[in-house]
Design a protein around this ligand. Structure first.
Ligand code: F6R
Length: 240
């Protein structure tokens, strides 16, 4: 794992945008694996600013998102489909038809997981962007998830529900289940970019990058990927 430590969140976002833009400019038909959450917001703002200023086009780019809450429709303000539209896709010239995410409203969970698995087979990702959970999760693969997992439905860890409650008006509104891409599929990406910001991620960053490779710390699997870059700000990297 290549580790890049930067001063603060601003630097992290600039550096992350550079890595993503290299992929997009090199291959206008690239497939991007994308993440939601607070961490990539700065990066997404830079991608939109670059598109407006330099005209970098996403007309032929395809995307696959990591995860979606179960029970929330794409029109729900807290759904990840809505998040992506608002924070990235609406600011680019991307064709909505080329963007993919699990359907949180799918009546048949198993069918939806199989649909997404098949789709990911057709969409080998040139780069996979990841955030890091404070408990070491990647996507919604919580501690204990087998490294060989494909798309599945998870019950969110209590710590994840608490971490995500800030985005809802009340913790009781946070969905307890989600669809998530599996660890096997994350590892299939040609390149992985994982971002970590803030002191509350310091333990997870240490365990991911320097600890034992174990299913108890899902992100530790990234030590086995041949082209993985971690960009962490000083606070998140403080225990390295
Ligand atoms: C989001 C996702 C999650 C987040 C992680 C960190 O699609 O899959 O794994 O990346 O929970 O979230 P933030 O960035 O909000 O700290």
């Amino acid at each position: 794992m290549k580790i890049v430590v930067v001063n603060d969140y601003e630097d992290l976002s600039v550096k992350a945008a550079k890595v993503m833009l290299e992929v997009v400019r090199e291959n206008p038909y690239a497939v991007l694996g994308l993440a939601t959450g607070t961490t990539p917001l700065g990066l997404y703002a830079y991608l939109i600013a670059d598109h407006e200023k330099h005209g970098t086009s996403y007309a032929h780019i395809r995307t696959a998102n990591l995860d979606e809450y179960k029970g929330l429709p794409a029109s729900h303000e807290q759904s990840y489909a809505y998040f992506m539209k608002k924070n990235l896709f609406d600011g680019l010239d991307i064709d909505p038809e080329n963007t993919n995410i699990e359907n949180g409203m799918a009546a048949d969970e198993q069918k939806e997981c199989a649909r997404y698995d098949a789709l990911l087979e057709q969409l080998p990702r040139d780069i996979q962007l990841l955030g890091l959970g404070s408990n070491g999760h990647i996507a919604f693969n919580e501690p204990g998830t087998p490294f060989g997992s494909g798309t599945h439905v998870v019950s969110l860890a209590e710590s994840t529900v608490k971490d995500n409650a800030r985005l809802f008006s009340d913790i009781s509104e946070v969905p307890r289940k989600a669809f998530t891409m599996g660890i096997r599929q994350i590892m299939q990406a040609k390149k992985i970019l994982i971002l970590a910001s803030g002191a509350n991620k310091a333990d997870a960053v240490y365990k991911m990058a320097k600890g034992e490779v174990t299913e108890d710390v899902p992100a530790s699997v990234l030590q086995l990927h041949p082209d993985c870059i971690l960009i962490a700000d000083k606070a998140a990297a403080s225990k390295l």
